[in-house]
Design a protein around this ligand. Structure first.
Ligand code: ZN
Length: 423
């Protein structure tokens, strides 16, 4: 079916403050052709009726380490685009192509290739180790020549390396994000970094602080227009890794059995209690800082770090949205992060992430109204990627096939080596 109309109870376009009613989305050749009153739809045009549903842009997970086993889960959850922020360079480029050619196997992919790390990378397959600024510049040039969309820097890079990496990527016209380790957020802002993952390097966000203390960092983020991608959900799940209730989450059917096994054996389960408690204590502080940064106008992306423990592909985006709402962010603002803001961050602002004529027909319909009740985002009724209506039975059967085989990719093999202490 190439040409049809989606007729839902209401539409939220990914940007506006509220929903609109009595309007339909006309899809043709993979794109949104028009948004028009239901009453004016041409007779004979095929209609997909979605009563009691809210139709919104397909969501974007801006922090993923992709495994081909995760494709069905993302689509089932209404996530039609992901950004891979660390993977084997050639493998993820192939996946990006494969997912562009076959819309039914998984989300569209934006990728960074390997994450650039110190000489001994923390994740040997996802990371590329570089010993000095010249090696880093060479590696970034190679990545850009191969066609990556953005550049990801990692924890072992010190200030000199980080500055060199940011400058090199910018000279090639590329956006740079980082999981900071040896560098503080304040220094990274001054070096021109575009985006910070996980509130890494943001010391004030991890502890009790006054609004004035928060504002000292927030002022810098605003001055340098640095985007924040908090990924609260990965910190929350790592802190609560022993919480048995996650094991009864029926959405885990969308995670590969090998990944569930990795979650069950994750080292922090059996390790000392202190790091788990530190994370549990930190989460309310992270929420406070997130709310303050959002209220002051910092651009907030949304990502998850799937497939780290208890993060079900796609559905972990719903969980991150719930955590934004729990932090005090209005559901509509949380949803903007997951749609139009993420699209802008990924450089896809004119292509997806909101609903307007000429954009890709990437949509999700959910029962209820997630602008009023954020948990309604989990009531997925229909998913459309690039004008292709995703068939849930097809997703389930491809999931069964995928689950029969051990995934052989950088994230899975790095995590297996990690849990078995082989590095
Ligand atoms: Zn990550």
């Amino acid at each position: 079916m190439d040409y049809f109309a989606l007729v839902a109870g209401q539409i939220w376009d990914g940007r506006a403050d509220d929903v609109i009613r009595d309007m339909a989305i006309v899809v043709g050749a993979g794109f949104i052709e028009s948004i028009m009153p239901v009453a004016q739809l041409p007779p004979g045009l095929h209609r997909v009726e979605l009563p009691d549903c809210t139709l919104l842009p397909g969501m974007i997970d801006a922090h993923v380490h992709y495994s081909a086993s995760m494709g069905p889960g993302f689509l089932a959850a209404g996530v039609t685009t992901i950004r891979d922020v660390g993977n084997d360079l050639e493998w993820i480029l192939q996946q990006r192509e494969r997912h562009a050619a076959d819309l039914s196997i998984g989300p569209a992919i934006v990728c960074c290739g390997h994450l650039h790390d110190g000489v001994k990378p923390y994740w040997p397959r996802m990371g590329k180790g570089v010993a000095n600024p010249d090696e880093l510049r060479l590696s970034i040039r190679h990545h850009v020549a191969r066609g990556v969309d953005q550049v990801k820097l990692y924890t072992e890079l010190d200030m000199e390396m980080l500055s060199a990496g940011v400058a090199e990527a910018h000279s090639l016209g590329k956006f740079v994000l980082a999981h900071l380790g040896k560098t503080k957020a304040e220094e990274a802002c001054r070096a021109g970094l575009n985006e910070i993952e996980h509130f890494s390097g943001c010391d004030v966000a991890w502890k009790a602080a006054t609004p004035e203390e928060d504002d000292a960092l927030i002022d810098l983020l605003l001055e340098h227009q640095v985007i924040m991608n908090p990924t609260l959900v990965v910190w929350d799940r790592l802190g609560r890794i022993l919480d048995r209730s996650f094991h009864y989450d029926e959405r885990r059917q969308w995670a590969h059995p090998c990944h569930l096994d990795i979650w069950n054996r994750y080292l922090s389960r059996s390790g000392p209690q202190a790091p788990r408690l530190r994370l549990q204590e930190a989460v309310p502080h992270l929420k406070r800082f997130l709310l303050r940064a959002h209220q002051r106008g910092v651009m907030i992306a949304l990502g998850t770090d799937t497939p780290f423990p208890h993060l079900v592909p796609g559905f972990s985006v719903h969980d991150e949205l719930a955590m934004y709402a729990d932090a005090g962010i209005k559901p509509v603002d949380a949803l903007r992060s997951a749609t139009s803001i993420n699209a802008a961050v990924l450089g896809l602002g004119g292509k997806t992430g909101h609903l307007a004529p000429g954009l890709a027909a990437d949509l999700v319909a959910v029962q209820g109204n997630p602008l009023e009740h954020i948990e309604d985002i989990g009531n997925v009724a229909c998913v459309v990627r690039g004008g292709h209506i995703i068939d849930r039975q097809h997703l389930l059967s491809s999931l069964r096939m995928i689950s029969a085989n051990q995934p052989d990719d950088a994230i899975t093999n790095d995590l297996l080596d990690y849990i078995y202490g082989r590095r």
